[in-house]
Design a protein around this ligand. Structure first.
Ligand code: UTP
Length: 294
């Protein structure tokens, strides 16, 4: 049965991006001129997802408004004959039908996923996409993972090798490579110290999970950082040999962090026909003028 439902946990507080996220969702911060969440939504749509659930929290109304019609703006653009812009904003509202559920307290990613239980219903598997990770690739990352899921019939998490000193920012897998870039996961550790990390393979924010994760999540106690960690529930799947780590193809940006966000902004702008050339010359000039070195 193909995976058609996707869950987007967007209820986090975004503390790494304060003060910008004090009064707006981090998912609405624009990469060039498009909110980060739209990149992730587009990846899901291109991967065949047709049912979207946002797990939202306090202060996230801008997300609902963004994916809805804006009658006043659309009327204004029509009156002024700005048909290109009108089509642009109308298309966003028509992109997809989104469902919403509130996570009343930000108790952790595991808890946010458990809020999707009723919506996922009887589907055996569903996808989870985190807005912090933007992945640029020829074949959408989630579509790549679906192929692995169809082949193995197991849960799949996206993994990527990270520099050893950075493992403590991620969930890290202990696994055995059973095919090129395909890892049978034996265990996972949330944000280990580098000396304790079982590998340098970090879990990135794309998951295909079984609905059997929900009763497991019910049993999970607060773990790292006092939060209900999804990683701790994934460990149960790992013990049963029911989860695969997949080293996806593509460039990944961590846009939940100002450094990764800036990198994504510059690289995505350089790729744009309308901005890339000017920005490239500007950056080259800047590097020369300021004597910047790699
Ligand atoms: P993060 O660990 O990045 O937390 O959450 P955060 O609050 O969003 O950001 P920082 O670390 O404070 O800067 C990973 C994902 O899980 C969601 C977030 O919205 C993000 O997509 N999340 C996290 C929830 O939906 N609920 C939570 O209780 C925690």
């Amino acid at each position: 049965m193909p995976v058609t439902k996707a869950v987007f946990p967007v209820a986090g507080l975004g503390t790494r991006f304060l003060p910008a996220t004090k009064a707006q969702p981090k998912e609405m911060l624009p990469l060039v001129d498009k909110p980060t969440i739209q990149y992730v939504m587009e990846e899901a749509i291109k991967s065949g997802i047709d049912d979207f659930l946002f797990v939202t929290g306090r202060g996230k109304m801008a997300l609902e408004d963004y994916f809805d019609h804006s009658a006043e703006l659309e009327y204004h653009l029509k009156e002024k004959g700005k048909t290109d812009l009108l089509a642009l904003v109308e298309n966003i509202a028509c992109m997809c039908q989104i469902h919403y559920v509130r996570q009343k307290n930000p108790l952790g990613l595991g808890h946010a996923v458990s809020c999707a239980r009723q919506h996922v219903g009887n589907d055996p598997y569903f996808a989870v996409l985190l807005g912090d990770d933007i992945i640029v690739s020829d074949i959408p990352c989630l579509a790549q993972m679906m192929v692995v899921h169809e082949r193995t019939g197991k849960a799949v998490v996206a993994v990527r090798r990270v520099p050893h000193e950075q493992v403590s920012s991620y969930g890290v897998i202990d696994g055995r490579e059973v095919g090129k870039g395909i890892w049978e996961i034996r265990d996972l550790v949330e944000k280990p110290r580098p000396e304790d990390a079982p590998s340098d393979l970090a879990v990135i924010g794309r998951y295909i999970l079984p609905s059997s994760i929900f009763p497991i999540l019910d049993t999970i106690q607060p773990g790292h950082g006092g939060e209900i960690q999804l990683t701790d529930a994934l460990r149960h799947l790992a013990r049963d040999g029911q989860i695969i780590g997949y080293e996806f193809e593509g460039t990944r940006y961590d846009v939940g962090d100002p450094k990764g966000f800036l990198r994504a902004t510059i690289e995505l702008a350089l790729e744009r026909d309308d901005l890339g050339k000017d920005l490239g010359s500007y950056l080259a000039r800047l590097v020369q003028e300021r004597g910047l070195r790699p």
